[in-house]
Structures are given as C-alpha cells and as structure tokens.
Design a protein around this ligand. Structure first.
Ligand code: FMN
Length: 174
C-alpha cells in the first residue's frame, strides 16, 4: 500500500491538487493507494511528550508504518516544507523507517526549488528513507479550475507515482 499525504491546511491548496493527482496516477497504475488530508486529521504541535497520545496520531502512525511508499504534498513555506508537514514527521518519527518518499510541492516562485532538502536529509539520515530525487515542484501557472493544467507537470506527477511504486517494490521489508 502507498500513502499520499496532503500537508497543506489551505482550503484552496494547490499541493493538495498535486497529491490527489498522484493518488489517481497510483491507482491508474494498479497500485493500492490511500489519500490522507491533514485538514481531516488535525494534529497538535509535537511537544515530545503528551502530544504523541493525541487523537489522529496513532492512526496516522499506523498508516505510515503500513505504507511501502509515501508521497508528501506540501506547500513551500519559508524555503522549507510546511510546519504541518514537519510536525507530522515529528509526531510519527520511526514510522517512516525504510520508506520510499517523494515530494509534491506547490510554491509561490521558481527560486525555492531546493526547499525540501532539510526534510529530505532528516528522512534519509534519521529514518533511512529512500528519497526520490526527481520531485514535483509547481507554481500557480500549472493549475487551472482546481486541476493540473500543465501537461509537463502532470507527466512529472505520473513519473513520481511510477517511480515510487517501482522503488517501493524493490525495497526490503523493514
Ligand atoms: C507563510 C508562507 C511562506 C511562504 N514561503 C514561500 C517560499 O519560501 N518560497 C516560495 O516559493 N513560496 C512561498 N510561499 C508561497 C506558497 O508556497 C504558495 O502560495 C503555495 O501555493 C502554497 O501551497 P498550497 O497552495 O498547497 O497551500 C509562502 C506562503 C506562505 C503562506
């Protein structure tokens, strides 16, 4: 099973559109995929203690643990993934061990394309994730009427979904 997590809390999020599209491409490719939106799973800020027991944390932890591959849809905020994304990783920590991970990012401009590297480094070094280097990075020009209108970006989303599935199939079990 693969998991696609949308980590924007904005009602008209564009990274959510990318994440939904990746979920569709995974299903089209015959892969089992679950789509989770953090809007539907409000999480407390990680405090390293009691927050681990909060509602939704155990469910998300279990889903991440079950998944072979995880795609993260996130806005670029302050040259980084959103705080909501990092908070999810902080709350679920070791559930990420040995996952194949890909990023679908929505950004305001083209210049922030290296923004996932902090999170990628942490996932690789803390949890031995295999991070797919060819991620999706899109600005608002790639969207129209609530869908991905740029065929190159859509193709890139498909490539990411296909790469996730093939790399995850080759990964040994944790
Ligand atoms: C707090 C905040 C910080 C942002 N920082 C950046 C940034 O560093 N680089 C960038 O290209 N865009 C930045 N943006 C623009 C967002 O990445 C852009 O609006 C994106 O579409 C948001 O993702 P979403 O549509 O999935 O919510 C920022 C927006 C906000 C609200």
């Amino acid at each position: 099973m693969h998991l696609v997590v949308s980590c924007s809390l904005r009602p008209t999020s564009r990274s959510r559109i990318l994440a939904q599209r990746a979920h569709e491409w995974l299903q089209t490719g015959g892969h089992e995929s679950r789509f989770i939106d953090l809007v539907d799973h409000p999480l407390p800020l990680c405090d390293g203690g009691e927050s681990y027991n909060a509602e939704h944390v155990a469910d998300l932890d279990a889903l991440i643990r079950q998944a072979k591959g995880v795609l993260i849809g996130t806005p670029v905020y302050n040259y980084d993934a959103s705080a909501a994304t990092k908070n999810l990783v902080e709350l679920t920590g070791r559930a990420w061990t040995n996952k194949v991970v890909g990023f679908l990012c929505s950004a305001g401009g083209r210049a922030s394309y290296m923004s996932m590297m902090g999170l990628a480094n942490s996932l690789m070094l803390d949890f031995r994730c295999l991070v797919i280097p060819r991620f999706v990075y899109a600005t608002k020009e790639a969207f129209e009427d609530g869908r991905v209108s740029d065929p190159d970006v859509d193709d890139r989303v498909k490539q990411l979904a296909d790469t996730l599935a093939s790399l995850a199939a080759a990964m040994p079990d944790a």
